[in-house]
Write a protein that binds this ligand. Structure first.
Ligand code: SAM
Length: 360
C-alpha cells in the first residue's frame, strides 16, 4: 500500500464495485481530477485500498464527509486490520475510533449514523496507519484497562496483560487473611497496574512500588493520582530492592509481589512484532534463560519479608520448575506453589516465608 503512487492508487478503483457501493459510487465521480492511469489497472482492488485512498490518502480529500459515518468507518477499519493481520480487528477499530471521538465503545453502537468530521478523520488517518504497522493500540490511545481499572500507558511501560490479573487476585486473597495495616512491596511496577489494583481492593494495604525506569514511574504516578491513592502508594526509582533499603524504618513487608522481565534470548527473537518492536526491551528481556531477575529477587526476598510474609511472582509459561527450584534452594520458603493460568501455562509462583528454618 505504501509503495503505491497517487496515480496507481487512482487506477486501482474498481468501477463495478463502485456501482454497488454507495460510498464508492458517490466518489468515483470525483476521481477524474487525479488523472487515473488506466494502463496500471492491475493490482487487486481491496475494500481497504478504497478506504485508505478515499478517506486518508486522497490528496484532495475535501470529499463529502457526510458519507463517513461511525458504522462505515468501523467496517472499513475492521477490514483493514484483518488484512494487516492485526489481532482482534473489530475491537481495535472500536478502541481507536472511540478514542478519537471521545466516546465510550458502547456509544459507537448507539450513534452508528453519526458523521465523523474532517478534523477527526485527519487524526484517525495517522493512527490507523500506525496501527496497521502493528503499533499497539494502547500506545496510540495512551490508555488501557487492567483489573477493571482505567490506566494511562505509554511506550515507556509494558502493556499490562490479563494474565497478571491472576497475580493481583492471589495478592488480594493473601492480604484478606491478615488483620490491621499490611505492607506490600511491588517490584518492577511499570505503569503501576499491580500496585493500583491491590490498593483499590485491599483498603488496609500500604504499598512501596519500585522500577528502574523513571519514565515508567511518571506514568505510574499519574495512575496513582487518578485513582486517588497517593497516600497509600509510594514510588521509588532504582534497581529492585535497592531504593527500599534506606526506607526500611517501615517494618518488613507482609507481601512482596513482582512481575519482572522474564523473556529469554531465544524467546525474544520470536516475539510478535507488536511486542518486540514497540514494548520496552527493559521490561521484557532477562538474560539467556530469562531467569536473571528472578535469581536476584529470590536471593534477597526473605530479608525483606516478615516471618509470616509471602512472595508472589508472575512467571513465564514454562518457568515453573526452574522457579520452584530457585525458591527451594534458598531454604527460606515453605508452601511453594506453581499455578497455571487460563491457558494452562505456568503463571504464578507463591512462596511463604518459613517460620523456622532447618539448621537455624
Ligand atoms: C514485565 S514489566 C512489568 C510491569 C508491570 N508490573 C506489569 O505487570 O505490567 C517489568 C518492569 O520491570 C522494570 N525493570 C526491569 N529491570 C528492573 C530492575 N533491575 N529493577 C527494577 N525494575 C526493573 C521495567 O522497567 C518494567 O517496567
Amino acid at each position: 500500500m505504501d509503495t503505491w503512487s497517487r496515480g496507481t492508487k487512482q487506477s486501482q478503483t474498481n468501477p463495478n464495485k463502485a456501482k454497488t457501493n454507495p460510498i464508492l459510487a458517490q466518489k468515483t465521480t470525483q476521481r477524474t481530477q487525479f488523472k487515473p492511469k488506466q494502463t496500471q489497472f492491475r493490482a487487486k482492488c481491496t475494500p481497504c485500498g478504497f478506504f485508505l485512498f478515499f478517506t486518508f490518502l486522497c490528496p484532495g480529500y475535501n470529499l463529502p464527509m457526510q458519507t463517513w459515518t461511525i458504522q462505515r468507518l468501523l467496517n472499513w477499519m475492521t477490514d483493514y486490520y484483518t488484512e494487516k493481520g492485526i489481532d482482534a480487528p473489530r475491537l481495535n477499530a472500536e478502541l481507536l475510533l472511540s478514542h478519537i471521538l471521545a466516546m465510550e465503545r458502547i456509544e459507537l453502537y448507539t450513534h452508528f449514523d453519526k458523521i465523523v468530521t474532517k478534523e477527526q478523520l485527519d487524526i484517525l488517518h495517522d493512527l490507523v496507519k500506525r496501527a496497521g504497522q502493528h503499533e499497539p493500540i494502547c500506545y496510540l490511545t495512551g490508555k488501557t484497562e487492567f483489573y477493571s481499572l482505567r490506566l494511562q500507558i505509554s511506550p515507556d511501560c509494558m502493556i499490562p496483560r490479563p494474565e497478571t490479573e491472576l497475580l493481583v487476585e492471589r495478592a488480594i486473597e493473601f492480604l484478606r487473611t491478615r488483620t490491621g495495616p499490611q505492607f506490600v512491596c511491588d517490584l518492577c511496577t511499570g505503569c503501576g497496574c499491580i500496585a493500583v489494583a491491590i490498593a483499590k481492593n485491599s483498603p488496609d494495604a500500604k504499598i512501596i512500588a519500585t522500577d528502574i525506569c523513571a519514565d515508567a514511574l511518571n506514568i505510574a504516578a499519574k495512575n496513582i493520582e487518578n485513582h486517588d491513592l497517593k497516600d497509600r502508594i509510594t514510588l521509588l526509582c532504582g534497581d529492585l530492592f535497592e531504593p527500599i533499603v534506606p526506607q526500611l524504618d517501615v517494618e518488613k513487608f507482609d507481601l512482596i509481589v513482582c512481575n519482572p522481565p522474564y523473556v529469554s534470548a531465544s524467546e525474544f527473537e520470536k516475539l510478535d512484532k507488536c511486542v518486540k518492536d514497540y514494548e520496552p526491551r527493559l521490561a521484557l528481556f532477562a538474560g539467556d534463560d530469562g531467569l536473571d531477575v528472578y535469581r536476584r529477587i529470590i536471593d534477597k526476598a526473605d530479608q525483606f519479608l516478615r516471618p509470616d510474609g509471602a512472595l508472589i511472582l508472575e512467571i513465564g509459561y514454562a518457568q515453573g520448575a526452574a522457579i520452584k527450584e530457585l525458591l527451594e534452594k534458598t531454604g527460606a520458603f515453605a508452601g511453594i506453589k506453581i499455578e497455571k493460568d487460563f491457558h494452562n501455562n505456568d503463571r504464578i509462583a507463591t512462596a511463604l516465608k518459613q517460620l523456622t528454618r532447618p539448621g537455624l
